[in-house]
Design a protein. Structure first.
Lengths: 236, 308
């Protein structure tokens, strides 16, 4: 579904990613793990057209999206939840949802908001509140509801549970699993590697802007060195 | 008949407010201190001169022309200079120098145009005044009523646009978080282009009304820019509404302050008028760097009440 090949990308003249090759198959959950600053966020930002790509190709459903502006990548059916600032704090939850349907018609947006609220019943409770006043968990739910507004085929999550309480985190991860069961391909960046790897099909380990491992998540969990060195997972 | 000094204050303050709204809009959306902004107002003033003296039309009938022309020049500056250079990684400082340089180009054109009007149409175009071309509303010059009306309409229309329309909401979203706005499908570059066009248009509009009450010349916009900076900073640079309040306060302080001081110290102080916006900037930076909209008025009040 998503195929990245020979990707060199960064910010301005500062290169972060070096020759990254990654493939994500339809309907899977792929977790990206790796130490802080290793380029995980940069990798999915590159998919969204939010970095400078020097060379390489990004194909989504066999179509080249490498140098597409962000809003057009979105239109192709990819939703992205940034690591920080994943909702508009100055806008109400309702306005956030409306914006999430920006590319849809007025009637379609209305219909989708109703459907999305069925899917995320909790969000209904604070529809008129400004997102800036919500808790981290509530905000993450709104962000996921927003991502679902356009019925995407793939969602990119950048550390969605990093700053949440264990309870809220579990709820969010459960929701992600649910979305995946509906057929949405998921890319999930996670610091708490062990947990994230347990629910993933495939895994990518990034170190210093390069791919150090790609393959099944199980194998990475069981890997004698990689897990220990980079993820702090203790072997048996 | 209203006192001239009252009219001076009202006209200057409301036009300054219009200009500050546009200037602040550019600052909020693209983070650029646009030094070429004042000359866009001057361009509006020259449209009015042309309308009144060359085309022999009412100045009010050509306000839209001034809005569109200055809007287009502003858009061109953004679309063909600012954006390509920022995509090549130029810093904000670099962009600031760019707008500064672009202002010289605009000043060049304005001076050439003034000379053209002077030589070809035998007009006084390097120093002009169009009070005589104004209409009278109930015995007062039209500009006294129309410029406050314009400021109020702009803020109402802008408010409705930003809160009630899809594109306006997208604009607020882009100002807050551009990458996220892009990710929900907003064409961020289009939002920026529209901001620059609207902002330039507001400068043109305000500038078109200027010569109805104030003596104009090719770099009057630059002189007013000092006040626009002060007004924008006073308003807190992150708020359209702050910009209006800042514009009114800075404008009135400048006109009435100078008048009051000249009453005390003699007319010699009038040439030091630009000091007033400078003093405003210094005082704001020292006391409330976030501007008046950054002050937590409620907290301040309750604190004071607790003290009492
Ligand atoms: N907007 C940016 N501008 C410049 N450098 C950045 C930016 N964002 C991240 N970086 C740098 O890119 C590198 C990788 O960052 P990132 O992809 O966020 O890592 P991770 O998500 O794996 O923690 C870091 O060295 C970071 O400092
Ligand atoms: Mg990151």
């Amino acid at each position: 579904m998503l195929k990245i090949s020979g990707l060199n990308a960064g910010y301005g003249k500062f290169q972060v990613l070096f020759d990254v090759d990654v493939e994500v198959k339809k309907g899977k959950i792929v977790t990206i793990v790796g130490p802080n600053g290793s380029g995980k966020s940069t990798l999915i930002k590159s998919v969204m057209g939010l970095t400078k790509v020097y060379s390489g190709k990004i194909l989504f459903k066999d179509e080249d999206i490498t140098h597409l502006p962000t809003h057009l990548v979105t239109k192709r059916g990819i939703s992205y939840l940034p690591q920080t600032g994943n909702v508009f704090g100055n806008l109400t939850v309702e306005e956030n949802l409306m914006l999430a349907g920006y590319t849809l018609s007025k009637e379609e947006t209305k219909k989708r908001i109703e459907e999305t609220l069925e899917e995320f019943p909790l969000v209904k409770k604070y529809l008129r509140k400004k997102c800036g006043f919500l808790s981290g968990g509530e905000r993450q739910m709104v962000a996921m509801a927003m991502a679902m507004m356009r019925k995407p085929e793939m969602i990119l999550f950048d550390e969605p549970v990093a700053s949440l309480s264990p309870k809220a985190a579990a709820e969010v991860l459960k929701k992600i699993m649910e979305l995946n069961e509906k057929g949405i391909t998921v890319i999930l960046i996670e610091q708490a590697a062990k947990k994230a790897l347990q629910l993933a099909d495939d895994a990518i380990l990034m170190t210093s802007g390069k791919v150090a491992y790609k393959g099944s998540a199980k194998n990475l969990l069981a890997h004698p060195e990689l897990g220990k060195v980079y993820l702090g997972i203790k072997g048996k | 008949m209203v006192e001239p000094i009252v009219i001076d204050g009202i006209v200057y303050a409301t036009l300054l407010a219009c200009m500050t709204i546009g200037f602040t809009l550019i600052l909020m959306s693209t983070k650029i201190w646009n030094f070429a902004y004042g000359s866009l107002a001057t361009a509006g003033a020259y449209i009015s001169l042309t309308a009144a003296e060359v085309w022999k039309l009412s100045i009010y009938s050509q306000l839209l022309t001034a809005f569109v022309l200055s809007g287009i020049v502003s858009f061109v500056l953004y679309r063909f200079l600012v954006r390509p250079l920022s995509q090549r990684g130029i810093s904000l400082d670099g962009l600031f120098v760019l707008t500064f340089a672009f202002n010289f180009v605009l000043l060049g054109f304005l001076n050439i145009y003034a000379d053209y009007l002077t030589n070809v149409f035998k007009l006084r175009a390097r120093l002009f005044f169009l009070r005589g071309a104004d209409i009278q509303i109930f015995g007062t010059p039209g500009v006294v009523i129309i410029s406050p009306l314009l400021a109020v309409s702009i803020i109402v229309v802008l408010h409705l646009f930003l809160t009630r329309t899809k594109f306006g909401t997208a604009m607020r979203a882009t100002i807050e978080n551009p990458p996220l706005a892009g990710s929900v499908g907003v064409n961020v570059n289009l939002v920026y282009s529209v901001s620059w066009f609207l902002a330039g248009g507001l400068a043109g509009l305000a500038g078109a009304l200027l010569p109805l009450w104030i003596l104009c010349y090719p770099n009057i916009g630059d002189v007013i820019m000092l006040s626009v900076f002060a007004a924008s900073i006073l308003g807190g640079i992150h708020s359209i509404y702050g910009a209006v309040i800042g514009g009114i306060i800075a404008g009135l302080a400048e006109v009435w302050g100078t008048s009051a001081l000249s009453g005390v110290f003699g007319s010699g102080v009038i040439q030091y008028r630009p000091l007033i916006p400078l003093i405003i900037v210094v005082v704001i930076f020292l006391t409330a760097p976030e501007g008046i909209t950054g002050i937590e008025w409620r907290g301040k009040l309750t604190k004071r009440m607790r003290k009492v």
